[in-house]
Design a protein around this ligand. Structure first.
Ligand SMILES: [Zn+2]
Length: 328
């Protein structure tokens, strides 16, 4: 079955790097691998280079921190190595034209992205360097302050902070250059600055609706409307933390994800909805526990009244449109 699916966010490269793997072709221990993506008819998968912060190594991973630049280099090497070793089935893509060329040859496209602009380090040359590596989407922040601005937070003072002067300049620069500006993880103040500055559509690669799950990582209804007005796209996130109002919820069901899609459609319109699973960056009891089960999302949407045309938009059509508008 061909889903023509595109997923805007997974942390599979991080998993591979932390486990000292050479490639991401096949790994039963991860939620995503190239073999399962191709077996399940994916059109494209975005692979994030997540710049793992020092505190996460020490507190979560209990290992010595890997310096940011080395982390980026190693993830990039794993990505490129996989592309070289498996060029018959997968190819790196930076544009929609390239995605379509790959698809015509029966190949999956892999798009490189970056999560956390911390490594940009206040210098446009670094954005040039990451662009040259193939990075075509950048989440401006993760959960800490950086050169772009401030993260999502339950502290209203932090949440209200906008982009820094460099962040504003860099957003305009990224859009000129053709790198997608990703507001997932950003503060609310930062979101509104992006919305002010943006001349092209932008994305929230893996964020749900705050109205249904009151988490600072999710988008308010006002933000969903802005996505509708600016032609951007948001990615349905499968993480239990972002799906309900129960802070202890550890479950991620198709119905919960579909409820998010319904709300997005009602507030921002069908054209803002995409998919950003967050696979390999999330835990819990996941009904869609890996890329091989993505047909369950299509079935769930269909069961809940989404038409075939609408499901196609969610699976890839909307993101392809945004990439045509904003990626070079
Ligand atoms: Zn994330």
């Amino acid at each position: 079955m061909s889903l023509n699916m595109m997923d805007m966010h997974c942390d599979t490269l991080m998993k591979a790097m932390l486990e000292n793997k050479q490639d991401i072709y096949e790994n039963a221990a991860t939620m995503v691998d190239i073999k399962r993506l191709t077996d399940n008819g994916y059109l494209a998968q975005f692979f994030a280079i997540f710049v793992v912060p020092e505190t996460m190594y020490r507190e979560g991973l209990h290992m010595d921190p890997i310096p940011s630049e080395e982390c980026i280099l190693r993830c990039h090497q794993i990505f490129e190595h996989t592309m070289q070793q498996h060029e018959a089935v997968v190819s790196k893509a930076t544009t929609v034209d390239r995605i379509m060329e790959n698809a015509a040859k029966g190949k999956l496209s892999a798009v490189l992205t970056m999560e956390d602009g911390v490594a940009v380090d206040g210098r446009m040359e670094n954005l040039d360097r990451f662009y040259d590596m193939g990075v075509r989407a950048l989440a401006l922040t993760w959960n800490y302050e950086n050169c772009f601005g401030y993260p999502n937070s339950r502290e209203t003072k932090i949440m209200a902070q906008g982009l820094k002067p460099f962040g504003k300049e860099a957003v305009a620069y990224m859009q000129d250059k053709g790198i997608l500006v990703d507001v997932s993880h950003l503060s609310d103040g930062g979101f509104y600055d992006v919305a002010d500055i943006a001349k092209k559509p932008f994305i929230a690669s893996h964020s749900n609706c705050r109205e249904l799950s009151n988490h600072p990582r999710n988008l308010t209804d006002d933000m969903l409307k802005i996505f509708g007005n600016t032609g951007g796209v948001t990615g349905l996130n499968f993480c239990p933390d972002f799906l309900t109002n129960d802070a202890k919820n550890k479950e991620s069901s198709v119905e919960m994800i579909v409820a998010m899609a319904k709300h997005m459609k009602q507030i921002g319109g069908i054209d803002i909805i995409g998919v950003g699973t967050d696979f390999d960056g999330i835990e819990g009891s996941l009904e869609i526990s890996g890329c091989e089960k993505m047909n369950l999302l299509a079935d769930g949407l269909s069961r809940n009244g989404f038409t075939t045309g609408e499901i196609e938009k969610i699976m890839s059509g909307n993101l392809l449109r945004v990439m045509r508008d904003a990626v070079k």
